[in-house]
Ligand binder design. Structure first.
Ligand code: TRP
Length: 448
């Protein structure tokens, strides 16, 4: 059977940017910016994205395109008969775990979108009432489960439609829409009275705030935001045609991801300041602070609808990339049909996701290693599986694959003359600098 590819350069870009841009940009990045000192954090983040994580991103794409295989098959092909296939196996299992809890949060976005549409935020509720409403919602049984089911069904539906007519087509329509939405919201926020303080907070760095914990948080976030270390970028890389410039596509993706995170902060921070709230709100930012702001600002009802729509779209384009990893594996290695593979992944992710969702309510007392199921999945994947996966991936490209092969892949067999010296530099980063940096994130995640 002919293997599918992305049809166009723009298609590659939207699919990869779709994977990268997600809850990490709209929810995690702004609250980290708030907690770690604003512009100074962003300053460090720029280095983390472009100097450390971009080379890792390029490594993943390189493995994918070199092997033209799913995450498991790639290592079997490039290092036959070695233990590296175990990295392939982990790269197939991790995304299924991630998609299960990602889909729970995606379900919250669906629910909050519906609340926005039915104008539930227009009543001028107080900040603490918003907090209570959220707490009550996630600890209930049915509504979050329904949201999770809807979100996962949407994901499965897009993936079943295929790489070109599902993933690529969806991205081509949704990614531009997402940028338009976030720009509209940012403009609304920036024109609120008192918004200037927020913009200053975002763009006037106070370098004295930079310390080890800021650097660790920035690097961890860059890693998370670029979807590294779990086989998704590898799998998407395997659908990139041989005549595409992978260094350029990766750089565009990282740039789009960074710009989107900045825009998301511009949509949120000025509003937080305009309402005299504390920027260090933490994880409750999106589902508690923001609805409060929306319910109290002029035209807030409309902004709320647009914002939660953006959240769903951003989360969906990321969850399809996670979902595709398992589907590609089942189709190529286990000879499933695309539909059969999608259904199997759906069942596994749905059951796991239900457990995650219930761990905020009826299963809250079920603790494994002292963590609820949701937190366990989140911590194990973000703090252990992703960095370890990323570390092994760069070691694979930097130390196991032949230098000539890596450069060959990055320059399309030497035809991309402009990439010749850049690929040498990227290779140097991959071989020496990135592994050290990832070890640093890993250790810091264990310490902090
Ligand atoms: N990058 C995604 C975001 O910003 C989250 C994410 C982390 C992810 N790892 C991933 C998405 C792996 C897809 C695949 O929300």
């Amino acid at each position: 059977m002919e293997r599918e590819n992305f049809g166009s350069r723009f298609g590659v870009l939207v699919a990869m940017a779709g994977s990268a841009i997600g809850l990490g940009n709209l929810w995690r990045f702004p609250y980290l910016v708030g907690s770690y000192g604003g512009a100074a954090f962003i300053f460090v983040y720029i280095f983390c994205v472009f100097l450390l994580c971009l080379p890792i991103f390029i490594s993943e794409v390189t493995i994918g395109r070199r092997s033209h295989s799913n995450a498991f098959g790639a290592f079997k092909k490039l290092a036959p008969g070695t233990k590296w296939k175990w990295l392939g196996a982990v790269s197939v299992v991790t995304p299924v775990i991630v998609v299960s809890y990602y889909s729970v949060v995606g379900g919250w976005s669906v629910e909050y979108f519906l609340k926005a549409v039915t104008l539930e935020f227009t009543t001028g509720m107080s900040r603490s009432e918003m907090g209570m409403m959220f707490g009550k919602f996630i600890s209930s049984v049915w509504s979050p489960l329904i949201g999770h089911t809807i979100f996962l069904l949407l994901t499965a539906f897009i993936v079943i439609s295929g790489v070109k007519s599902g993933i690529e087509k969806f991205g081509k329509i949704m990614m531009p829409l997402l940028f338009v939405l976030i720009i509209v919201i940012a403009v609304r926020a920036a024109t609120l009275p008192g918004a200037g303080e927020g913009l200053k907070y975002l763009f006037q760095p106070d370098f004295s705030k930079i310390d080890a914990s800021v650097c660790a948080a920035a690097l961890g976030q860059a890693f998370f935001s670029l979807s590294l270390g779990v086989g998704t970028i590898l799998t998407y890389g395997s659908y990139v045609k041989k005549d595409e410039n992978i260094i350029a596509s990766s750089t565009y993706t990282a740039s789009a991801d960074f710009i989107f995170a900045l825009l998301a902060s511009c949509a949120i921070m000025p509003a937080v300041f305009a309402f005299g709230l504390n920027p260090q709100e933490g994880p409750g930012l999106v589902f508690e602070t923001l609805p409060f702001i929306f319910s109290n600002m002029p035209l807030g009802w409309l902004v709320a609808i647009l914002f939660f729509l953006a959240l769903i779209v951003a989360a969906l384009t990321s969850s399809i990339s996670l979902y595709e990893v398992g589907v590609a594996y089942l189709v190529e290695e286990k000879k499933y049909s695309r539909r059969g593979a999608s259904i199997l992944i759906f069942v596994i992710a749905w059951v796991l996701g239900c457990l995650c969702s219930l761990s905020f309510g009826p299963l809250a007392d079920l603790k494994i290693f002292g963590q609820t199921i949701f937190n366990l999945f989140d911590k194990v994947s973000a703090n252990i599986l992703m960095p370890v996966g990323g570390l092994l991936l760069v070691i694979f490209v930097g130390w196991v694959m032949k230098r000539a092969d890596v450069i060959d892949e990055m320059t399309n067999g030497g035809r991309l003359k402009g990439n010749l010296w850049i690929s040498g530099f990227v290779y140097f980063l991959i071989r020496y600098i990135c592994p050290l940096a990832v070890v640093a994130v890993f250790l810091s995640a264990l310490i902090f």
